[in-house]
Structure formats: C-alpha cells, structure tokens
Design a protein around this ligand. Structure first.
Ligand code: NAI
Length: 345
C-alpha cells in the first residue's frame, strides 16, 4: 500500500483523486493546510507528499520529509518553482504533471482578454442591476492588432492559434525558439515596442523574474494590455500599478500574483485584505484578477489526477523510473540519466 499525504487539498482535488483509492494499492490522506515547515509532520508515515503551486517545498521542509521517510514529492501541477530541486537531489525524488490541459490555460487567457477589452465584467454587473446604458463600455477590435507572446511552449502555442483565429498579428519571444515552426520570433525589446497586447507563457526562473518592470513597461506602447496566466513574479506588481496609474498600461489581466500564496484559493470576503498592492490593483477599473483559476477545467482535473497517480505508481512499481521526474540536473548535463531511461539518482 502506497500512502500519500495531500496538502492544500480542495474539494475538487478530492473529487478527482478519490476514485483511485478504490484500486486498492493507494491510500490517501487529505489535508487542507499547505505544506510548510510546521505542517510537514503530517506526512509522517507516508511514502509520498502530493503538493500544489503554493506549498512550500524548501530545503528545511525537504530535510523534515526525508527524515520522516518520505520518498517522493508528487506535484499535481506543471510549474515547480516552489520546490528546491537541488536540495532534494539525492534525497527525495520529485515528479510533476508536465501537461494536463494547455487548452484550459490558453482559453482562460483568451477569456480574460475578451472580458477586459469588451468590458464584459462591467456589462454583467450593469444589466443585473437593470442598467442598460452603454456609456463607458467602448472596446476595440482584436482583428488586426499585434499580440506579443512570451514563451511559445505548449500553452503559448495554443494561445497563438486562438489569436490567429481572431485575425491578429502574432509576434513572439522565446529563449529557446521552436524549431521548424511558422512563429514570427522577434527580440524581447521589439516585442515590447510593437505589441498592443502582451501575454506571458514562460516559466518563472532567475532570468524571467520581474521581466515586466518599470524599464520594460517604459518600452511598451501606450494603452498596452498585459495578460499573465503564468506566474505572478514575472511581473513587478508595483511597477505595473505605476504604469496603470500613469495611463501607460491600458489594461491588465492577472490570473497569478507574486504574493498570491497566502491569499488565493480561499474565500476572504468579509475580511480586510492585508495586501495594499493587490487591493489597489483590484480597485482599478481596467484590471481583472482571477485566483489562479486558468487550469480549472474538468478535463484538466482528470488529467492531473491520472498523471499524478501514474507518476506515483511508476516510481514504486517501476524501480523509481518515472518519465515526469524532475531533477535540477536534467537536460543540463551530458549523459543525463533520465534521457537514458534511468533513475535520476
Ligand atoms: P512549456 O514548458 O511547454 O513552455 C514554456 C516556454 O517558455 C518554453 O517554450 C520555453 O522555451 C520558454 N522559456 C523558458 N525560459 C524563457 C525565457 N527566459 N524567456 C522566454 N521564454 C522562455 O510550459 P507551458 O505548459 O506552456 O506552461 C507555461 C507556464 O504556464 C508554466 O511555466 C506555468 O508557470 C504556467 N501555468 C499556469 C497555470 C495556471 O493555472 N495559471 C497552469 C499551468 C501552467
């Protein structure tokens, strides 16, 4: 029996995972709390911890889990910037779900864009109040506009396809441009200068942190629309707010926020939000915030559960060999073990 402790569990996680317990080889313990140094103890006696984007799997947490005999960190998400993979190396194996529905995220990005530029969020509130005035709801056509896509991986490529459907001109930047594609790549500076809309689809790394900052906002067109469904820290939120206040940024749609970890995913209505910056951003008429919701479709949840369970089973049934294993050396060294279908360590 493989025992797994789930952290930061929501009802929709339970619903998608519980059916796998009936197969008899898996036992799940669901905890609502996030994984931190203080809560790691809950994983005592478990073989696996299953974590999400805002669980903190830093060096101290890894040492505790290792001490409790946990053998695997199964991420039920794609991004893994919250896991200290270098510290985990040689101690605990980690695996993620590289793709569960890139369509879910790309479509949510398009939904945010349309909502924002056609003022659907304003109109929805008005008509519910029998206010049928159109004043202040003027939008603009997407057709013929230039969208700059940063990161042309799975999600970025699908978003590009959606933009082509609207008749937009697409330009893109990627540190590792796709080979043999018909994507028009430009430098990052050219993308900032030419785009009417900028959409972020790259991972959060040392290179990409705060890539949208006062300096890069200065290079953008007046009225630019910024979309971020990737990771909050890609944007310096203070610089974004200043850009909005200066009327340089026409609109911002944020599914992620740098300081989201203690705020998102919970009902905080009726409480005073202790984040001045987020409060101010939300108060802006041209900012839409969703609470890291882009992944949340039926298809994505089912795929997440299936791949996570397969990752766990392949680790325990397949001598630790798991295609979705994460290790900080993967791809960066010659003779990468994973490339040879061996365990990373
Ligand atoms: P992917 O790995 O398929 O694509 C990422 C792309 O970014 C790659 O083409 C890569 O070459 C590029 N890239 C890497 N470093 C870069 C840099 N310095 N500058 C520009 N491009 C760079 O990843 P995928 O599946 O498309 O996901 C993209 C991001 O979306 C993830 O990193 C994750 O942070 C975010 N995400 C957000 C979700 C949400 O619910 N809001 C759900 C799933 C993913």
């Amino acid at each position: 029996m493989i025992k797994t402790a789930f952290f930061d569990t929501k009802e929709y996680d339970k619903a998608s995972f519980q059916k796998y317990e009936k197969t008899g080889d898996l036992e799940f313990k669901f905890f609502e709390t996030k994984l931190t140094e203080d809560t790691a103890e809950l994983a005592k006696g478990c073989d696996v911890v299953c974590v999400f984007v805002n669980d903190s799997v830093n060096a101290a947490v890894i040492d505790k889990l290792y001490g409790y005999g946990v053998k695997m960190i199964a991420l039920r998400c794609a991004g893994y910037n919250n896991v200290d993979l270098e510290h985990a190396y040689g101690k605990i194996h980690a695996a993620h779900v590289p793709a569960y529905s890139p369509y879910a995220v790309a479509e949510h990005t398009a939904a945010l864009l349309l909502t924002s530029i056609r003022r659907i969020h304003k109109a929805y509130n008005r008509t519910r109040d029998f206010n049928f005035s159109l004043n202040g709801l003027t939008g603009f056509d997407l057709h013929g506009k230039t969208v700059g896509v940063i990161g042309t991986g799975k999600i970025g490529k699908i978003f590009i396809g959606i933009c082509h459907g609207f008749g937009m001109n697409v330009i893109a930047y990627d540190a590792y441009p796709a080979k043999d594609s018909d994507i028009t790549y430009v430098s990052l500076d050219e993308l900032f200068e030419r785009s009417d809309i900028i959409s972020l689809h790259c991972p959060l790394t040392g290179d990409t942190k705060h890539m949208i900052n006062a300096d890069t906002i200065g290079k953008m067109k007046k009225g630019v629309v910024i979309l971020n469904t990737s990771r909050g820290a890609l944007i310096d939120a203070e610089a974004l707010l200043e850009g909005i206040k200066a009327r340089k940024i026409g609109a911002a749609c944020l599914d992620v926020y740098e300081e989201e970890a203690d705020i998102f995913f919970e009902d905080r209505s009726g409480h005073i939000l202790n984040d001045e910056l987020l409060s101010r951003l939300i108060s802006m008429p041209n900012v839409i915030v969703t609470s890291h919701q882009a992944f949340l479709t039926e298809e994505a949840l089912n795929n997440i559960a299936e791949t996570t369970v397969n990752n766990i089973r392949s680790y325990f049934d397949n001598d630790g060999i798991c295609d979705n294993e994460l290790c900080y050396r993967c791809g960066n060294i010659e003779n990468c073990k994973k490339a040879r279908k061996e365990r990373c360590f």
